[in-house]
Design a protein around this ligand. Structure first.
Ligand SMILES: Cc1ncc(COP(=O)(O)O)c(C=O)c1O
Length: 402
């Protein structure tokens, strides 16, 4: 069998599931309890139990489950009073949701360039982006790699800013003794299909502040109050509830997660060391102080000169053609059409933002622009392969230099 056929056959496919997920879903259907209900009017048990189990895993006091990771960022910002007239500082190197969730609250995102080694928000640049309108910061732990949260929280405290960690890639990540999502005032997670913990779709917030947790619950459940009359809608809220189907699958997946997380961390270090030995390849450097990494996506930055002047599209196409799953990284937010055109929400003035029109030009975001032009990523399930398989990836990349 050729290398290509061997590789295609052998790399792990995602999601990984067995009868536990199938039976959990069938049980929900047969029970007739197809939704979470409300406190005092409980229907299904899965979402309530998942909230407890996920909070325990993330070492947080409270978890509020939602239907995806985009609305959970939005929900946290709303709970912290972010809205019209406010600015929120967001990492520029992330999925669009980290920025669009800010737009949904009627606030204005301000994009922050990244650290060229760790590829996450450069905390040293935050203070230059703070204005009298700044209300919050959304650091994104890209690929599970922690933003320097100790430094970031000092800046937040000094400037009276709320912090919502976007942990969509950081399930299980730990920095200087604390799981991500516990550093800020809230942490937001995604359980979308490609994520390391998945229910197909799904999201959650964690927070260690009970009052904030109750408020988040209320905003996400139509303005209801816990354990009060069902039709008592005491504040404005909407329906961000997770479904029982998501909850049931997530509980089964959560049981599998610790072993997968351990393997990803072992393989991540092994793969990093090997890739770093290739002249012309640099992997995302874990932020000093990182003890565990979620490893959702595994970005590598290559030097085109060392690969015969290949473009990154040529680079990742060659890997894919050889059966090695590889993808483009996220296009930086400042250059996305939706931000460039500046007319996102009727009646909102975006003219002071550091993006839009000419300000969205790449030279205004030099680090992320350079990194994006040279980076590709492997999916998280690659790190569930054997070390022999990872060796074949390393050898294949070396062969592209000839
Ligand atoms: C960094 C980041 N934030 C937020 C989200 C949004 O999550 P969801 O797709 O569950 O809405 C994603 C999802 O892909 C993401 O990668």
């Amino acid at each position: 069998m050729s290398f290509e056929q061997e590789a295609k056959k052998n790399f792990p496919k995602w999601p990984i599931f067995d009868d536990e997920e199938v039976n959990a879903l069938a049980k929900v259907i047969r029970s007739g309890k197809w939704w979470i209900g409300a406190p005092g009017v409980h229907q299904g048990e899965n979402v309530w139990k998942f909230q407890e189990e996920f909070a325990k895993f993330q070492e947080a006091k409270n978890c509020i489950a939602t239907f995806n990771g985009t609305v959970s960022i939005e929900l946290a910002l709303l709970a912290f009073g972010v809205g019209l007239g406010d600015e929120v500082i967001v990492s520029d190197y992330t999925f669009v949701a980290s920025g669009s969730a800010v737009i949904a609250t009627n606030a204005v995102p301000i994009f922050c360039d990244i650290n060229p080694e760790t590829l996450v928000m450069d905390v040293g640049k935050i203070e230059s982006l703070i204005s009298e309108k700044t209300k919050a910061i959304v650091p994104v732990h890209l690929g599970g790699n922690p933003v320097e949260m100790d430094r970031l929280m000092e800046i937040a405290k000094k400037n009276d800013l709320m912090v919502v960690e976007d942990c969509a890639h950081a399930h299980g990540s730990r920095y200087k003794g604390k799981r991500m999502g516990n550093w800020g005032h809230a942490g937001s997670f995604s359980f979308q299909a490609s994520k390391v913990l998945t229910g197909g779709e799904g999201g959650a917030l964690i927070t260690n502040d009970d009052e904030v947790a109750d408020l988040m619950y209320s905003i996400g459940d139509c303005g209801r109050s816990k354990n009060k009359y069902f039709y008592d809608h005491y504040i404005y809220g909407t329906n961000y509830r997770m479904s029982e189907y998501q909850g049931a699958v997530l509980r089964a997946q959560l049981k599998k997660f610790p072993a997968q997380h351990k393997l990803r961390n072992e393989n991540g270090k092994y793969f990093m060391d090997k890739l770093n030995q290739i002249d012309g390849i640099k992997v995302m450097k874990l932020t000093p102080g990182t003890e565990e990494c979620g490893y959702y996506v595994y970005p590598i930055v290559f030097e085109p000169k060392k690969f015969g002047g290949m473009t990154k599209t040529e680079f990742y196409n060659k890997l894919n053609d050889a059966g090695i799953p590889t993808d483009d990284c996220y296009p930086p937010l400042h250059g996305l059409e939706c931000f460039k055109n500046c007319h996102l929400r009727k009646g909102i003035d975006y003219s002071n933002a550091n993006w839009g029109g000419d300000k969205s030009n790449d030279e205004n975001f030099p680090i992320v622009t350079d990194i994006y032009s040279r980076s590709v990523e492997f999916p998280q399930e690659m790190l569930l392969a054997t070390q022999e398989q990872l060796d074949t990836v390393v050898e294949f990349i070396k062969s592209l230099k000839n």
